[in-house]
Design a protein around this ligand. Sequence first.
Ligand code: PLP
Length: 444
Amino acid sequence: MSYVFPRHSKARYPVACGGQGAYLIDRDGRRYLDASGGAAVSSLGHGHPAVVSAIKAQVDRLAYAHSGFFTTEPSEALAEHLVTRAPEGLARVYFVSGGSEANETALKLARQYHLERGEEGRHHFIARQQSYHGNTLGALAVGGSVARRAPFQPLLMPASHIAPCYAYRHQAADETEEAYGLRAADALEVEIQRVGPETVAGFIAEPVVGATAGVVPPAPGYFKRIREICDRHGILLILDEVMCGMGRTGSLYACEQDGIAPDILTCAKGLGGGYQPIGAVLASQSIYDTIAEGSGAFEHGFTYIGHATACAAALAVQQTIETDDLLANVRRQGTALREALDARFGNHHHVGDIRGRGLFIGLELVAERASKEPFDPDLKINAKIKQRAMAEGLICYPGGGTADGRRGDHVLLAPPFIIGPDHIAELVDKLGRAVDGALSEAGM
Ligand code: PLP
């Protein structure tokens, strides 16, 4: 008998009891290669001694002090670590407990920034059809999934959603990637004109789309054009790096690779690497100054802002990534994993696309490669893959129902930054069996 309210009432989950490096271990001693870091969380893997001892040392000294009374050494040190490595202009950090809270905070920060400037009418947010920003009401409102929003629609603030930058599905045959990137970005200009530039507070997007579509990197030049459009209209650019940030793509911040800096950047997941729940909102100096010199207070706050133990854990995770030169390993192993996946699935009749950056890789599954026709969602291909992968001792993150904002199946891979060639061989081998087994079970 379990008293836990589970994600799915019919699911029977194994009990996770241990973690060692890239592996999770259940109560029966079964080992699972954690090839998705849960949901792109466990960037350092499990049981890292440096992080464990940093947490113990912090709890020994001080576990928690309320941010309305104190600041703490770990929150100050972590904020400095993040800002001194951040894209130009990001100058202040607001700590929260996870990704949804981070995006919720970003939306309210953007709104208050405009209010402080006397721009009362700016309350509309534009986002993308192919996105996930969290499950709290504000974050859900800007998220791209119609199905997720539908039951809660009466509770959600109005927001609009433009087409994603999704070359596999939308790039025309006679179009270069660059031309497609600019065309996709111009959808933002069209939407701004439709709703009225003076009503728009911000545009929110994931630099590399994560779980909703199986890792979709932007076309070259897409975000530079997005930045120009936002600047032209005084609209804040909010980048959600909750999944793709903190080194996952091979650079600490994913947007570095697109050569732009946002006004607000959110991160979580890999920030604390799963050792503690923590998220962060990085804001530009000008946003900070506008509020500091205006009302003087951001009208927001949570009990666990800048939680000392969470910040100490995240700092240890981030310092380890640097001292062990793990971003170089992300790039090296990311290339090796892509090559191994290309070798195994490159000619697979039902793998339409293999894409990603660093150790953030997606496989899009299709009924037929030539037509790119997705599978019938009733076949539940992704659920079958997940089940078979678990039986193989592999954790991957299959998703479905939302490729191109509608339907489709994909597998998301986001293994810990510490993996090596043996892990890659095991991953590809087990994934191959899980995918082929699921397809044959579905009669393919
Ligand atoms: N933003 C992105 C891009 C995510 O992938 C997620 C979670 O998967 C979130 C926000 C929400 O984060 P959390 O589940 O920590 O609230």
